[in-house]
Design a protein around this ligand. Structure first.
Ligand code: NDP
Length: 253
């Protein structure tokens, strides 16, 4: 039976849309106070109002996590205003597909800055607090969940730099898991397949149609399906560490 998150505090990055918004909503429903991190403040405020309307607690942190100072501030404000930090969902990410040859390299910079550096900044700032929570908390365990992708397990054409970032997330997750698991900070990776969100909206138009064609006949996952997997991980009893969840639409090959 799932444990409840009452009395715990969770920080979710990329909480203004898609998987992050669904995860913020789900963790709040399970009793966590949630810090909602992303750049679009209005979206975060809408979600916070919704959570508060259902009796939950939410803190809006409009933050660009590619700026290390802002990432640190988001973590510190969470602890200052919500009192502690038990759970971090490192979800913010961008997918800019396309061939490597003649690629606009600014797209590579954006993916590396967010999918890797932003995730690292948040993890680094949060870890001392997660270690404290694992020592002295309502559950005596803490969670860092990194959202990777099927693209973190399998490289495909036109996805080279996105693959690079997500393979990197998987490697970092496993190394950090080994470093802190004996101190009861569980480090996990979730690897979604095609999920209905705003992710593909950022693709160049000429790329979008070709890249997404492969999924035309696939019934895609909903963001809530991934939020559910994340909630499963962070509600396990202290002795159970779910290291990895790969979750695809049934029709995705
Ligand atoms: P969305 O585009 O809907 O969400 C991305 C989120 O990241 C937004 O909330 C966005 O908010 C936030 N974000 C972007 N830039 C920054 C920044 N600089 N600082 C802080 N937050 C930022 O996509 P998804 O929900 O699909 O993506 C979530 C994660 O899931 C990503 O890591 C993605 O790679 C992964 N994933 C998604 C899949 C899918 O099919 N949808 C499949 C596999 C993995 P804002 O713009 O307000 O800052």
């Amino acid at each position: 039976m799932a444990e409840h998150l009452t009395g715990t505090v969770a920080l979710v990055t990329g909480a203004s849309s898609g998987i992050g918004a669904a995860t913020g909503r789900e963790l709040a429903r399970r009793g966590a106070a949630v810090a909602l991190v992303a750049r679009r403040k209005e979206r975060l405020e809408q979600l916070a109002a919704e959570i508060q309307g259902e009796g939950g607690k939410a803190l809006v942190l409009d933050t660009d996590i590619t700026d290390q100072r802002q990432a640190i501030d988001a973590v510190e404000r969470t602890v200052a205003e919500l009192g502690r930090l038990d759970t971090v969902v490192n979800n913010a990410g961008v997918m800019l597909l396309g061939p490597i040859v003649d690629a606009p390299t600014a797209e590579w910079d954006r993916m590396v800055a967010l999918n890797l550096q932003g995730l690292l900044y948040v993890a680094h700032a949060a870890l001392p607090h997660l270690l404290t929570a694992a020592d002295s908390g309502p559950r005596n365990v803490a969670d860092l969940v990194n959202v990777s992708s099927v693209a973190g397990r399998r490289a495909t054409p036109n996805s080279g730099v996105y693959n690079l970032t997500k393979f990197g997330v998987n490697a970092f997750t496993e190394s950090l898991r080994q470093e802190v698991t004996e101190r009861h900070v569980r480090v996990s990776v979730v690897e979604p397949g095609a999920t209905v969100t705003e992710l593909a909206d950022h693709l160049r138009e000429e790329i979008r149609e070709t890249a997404m064609r492969v999924f035309t006949d696939v019934e895609k996952l909903e963001a809530e399906d991934i939020a559910d997997a994340i909630a499963y991980i962070v509600t396990r009893p202290r002795r159970v560490a779910v290291n990895e969840i790969l979750i695809r639409p049934t029709e995705q090959v």
